[in-house]
Write a protein that binds this ligand. Structure first.
Ligand code: GLN
Length: 537
């Protein structure tokens, strides 16, 4: 029988609920249990695909083509499990489904209400991830207890627990224990209040994960246990980890969090095996070398905008026993100051996915700089588009070459709208999304890197390489090495005469895992370490 763990958050946002849920998934998996994660986001967008990175950070894409919350990236990276579109629901998606049913007449003359219709829809969506082989569903509720928007979700969880029987579900509350410098002590009151809010809804948490800057001594744990109604061994401390987020599960394991969960849910589990995970963390902590890699994007100031790329670079760095120092560069700064001034010290240059014209000329300058100075270049999606534009302008001498995305009137649309996109009017969920196969050309550099002929990678784009220009590019020295099985779409480009220059139409960053780094990131970081460029100060 499937068991359920619900992860809620209290006091403030940004406590790392996603990493907590992901860590719990890893720990249970390390005890031989089969888990799946799910995230509920209380906002009204149907999915985050239409939100900009200032609002939302990265949009993570699943194999089955859903645009989802970036926490799904954590879940996949920690557990190695492939998520699906049912692993992320928003209020918008829940309401969209209910309104569709209402319009079809499914409610047979009834009044449609938050309770029971919205809550039932939420309970049904929890069950949508359950298959016979799943032991535990770990379901994270976005937002903070007390938010108006989260309320229907919490009410649904209360009902769900009631329906599935008490011993079959567990509530884990992630909370903040602030340290007051003046008083010289940590304070439990905000947690007591937030647990109080949960109790008002009829939920009593079973486990507290306490984010804190200081260690929690015995007295504090006792107090939390007494006032919040949780067992003392279920008060788990979660201090910031020094080196990498992948240390979090190890900290939890040291406090036997997995055992507390397994005992409470009456699960049968094997002994914990975290050997590969510990090896990974050791490699990160003991890395002796360092390399700087510039990510040239539109949102250089936003840590979350290119989350999966940051993680993938770290995974690859650990593989090479090296620390990757990420230099977040604003493409607009390159437009103003020139590439030499901004990125000259970096070992490698990466242009990530993106949309629209802001900063695009800066990205093109960065590509040129990498190409002409033999600095490893990795272009992802938009980063492949700008590599193609740069090559067209400066090698093929098509000075006005451009992407039709920014310049529909260009005489040389080397990147143009995909045929299937031409009739699409709505913005939400309409890009070419999800995993597609791609064949890699014999003898190509990229095929050597992957070590196989056919790959599958995830996509999120509307524009593509214009096939009218294939011959010109190939002749001038840009090889089109990855092609869709029907022969119509150019998915990867490379410059064989350059030490490491690859552009890919897909997003390899979604499939890199700490203990199984992505071959392209391994190759790119390896080449960047080989030292074509100097180190950044
Ligand atoms: N803006 C480009 C397109 O829509 C690239 C998208 C991306 O980088 N994800 O095709």
């Amino acid at each position: 029988m499937t068991k359920y763990i619900f992860v809620t958050g209290g006091v403030v946002s940004s406590l790392g609920k996603g990493i907590t849920a992901a860590s719990i998934g890893l720990l249970l998996k390390s005890r031989g249990l089969r888990v799946i994660h799910q995230k509920f986001d209380p906002y009204l967008n149907v999915d985050p695909g239409t939100m900009n990175p200032y609002q939302h950070g990265e949009v993570y894409v699943t194999d089955d083509g859903a645009e989802t919350d970036l926490d799904l990236g954590h879940y996949e990276r920690f557990t190695g499990i492939t998520t699906t579109r049912n692993c992320n629901y928003t209020s918008g998606r829940i309401y969209d489904s209910i309104i569709g049913k209402e319009r079809r007449g499914d409610y047979l003359g009834g009044t449609v209400q938050v309770v029971p219709h919205v809550t039932t829809e939420i309970c049904d969506s929890i069950r949508s991830v359950v298959t016979p082989d799943i032991d535990v569903v770990i379901c994270e509720i976005g937002g903070t207890v007390g938010d108006i928007e989260s309320h229907p979700f919490l009410e649904a969880l209360r009902q769900f627990r009631q329906q599935t029987g008490r011993g079959n579900s567990l509530f884990i509350h992630v909370t903040l224990i602030p340290y007051l410098e003046r008083a010289g002590e940590v304070k439990t009151k905000p947690t007591q209040h937030s647990v109080g809010r949960l109790r008002e809804i009829g939920i009593i948490p079973d486990i507290l994960i306490c984010r804190s800057e200081k260690h929690l001594d015995k007295e504090v744990r006792k107090k939390l246990s007494l006032f919040c109604n949780v067992d003392e061994e279920a008060v788990i401390e979660a201090m910031d980890v020094p080196n990498t987020i992948y240390e979090v599960p190890l900290e939890f394991a040291a406090q036997e969090l997995d055992t507390v969960i397994i005992d409470s849910l009456g699960l049968r589990a094997s002994r914990r095996n975290l050997k590969l995970w510990r090896d990974y963390v050791d490699r990160v902590t003991s890395a002796e070398r360092e390399v700087s890699i510039a990510i040239v994007g539109k949102y250089s100031e936003l840590l979350d905008a290119y989350k999966s790329i940051h993680e993938s670079l770290q995974h690859a760095g650990a593989f090479h026993n090296a620390r990757v120092r990420i230099v977040s560069v604003s493409a607009e700064e390159i437009e103003q100051k020139g590439p030499a001034e901004v990125i000259s010290g970096c070992g490698g240059i990466l242009v990530p996915g993106g949309f629209g014209s802001r900063g695009v000329e800066g990205k093109i300058l960065a590509v040129r700089y990498a190409r002409e100075n033999n600095i490893p270049y990795f272009g992802i999606c938009y980063g492949m588009h700008v590599a193609v534009i740069e090559f067209a302008r400066n090698v093929l001498h098509l000075k006005e070459a451009d992407t039709a995305e920014n310049n529909p009137a260009t005489p040389h649309p080397v990147i143009h709208l995909m045929e299937e996109q031409k009739r699409i009017m709505n913005l939400g969920g309409t890009m070419r999304l999800g995993a597609f196969p791609c064949n890699l050309a014999k003898g190509s550099f990229i095929r050597k890197m992957y070590g196989k002929e056919q790959i599958s990678e995830r996509h999120r784009h509307r524009f593509e390489f214009n096939n009218d220009y294939r011959e010109g590019f190939e002749k001038a020295g840009m090889a089109l090495t990855g092609i869709s099985p029907n022969g119509l779409l150019v998915e990867t480009v490379e410059i064989p005469d350059h030490p490491w220059f690859i552009g890919v139409q897909f997003h390899p960053e979604f499939k890199s895992r700490p203990i199984d780094p992505h071959p392209l990131f391994k190759g790119f970081v390896g080449a960047s370490l080989a030292g074509k460029g100097k180190q950044c100060e």
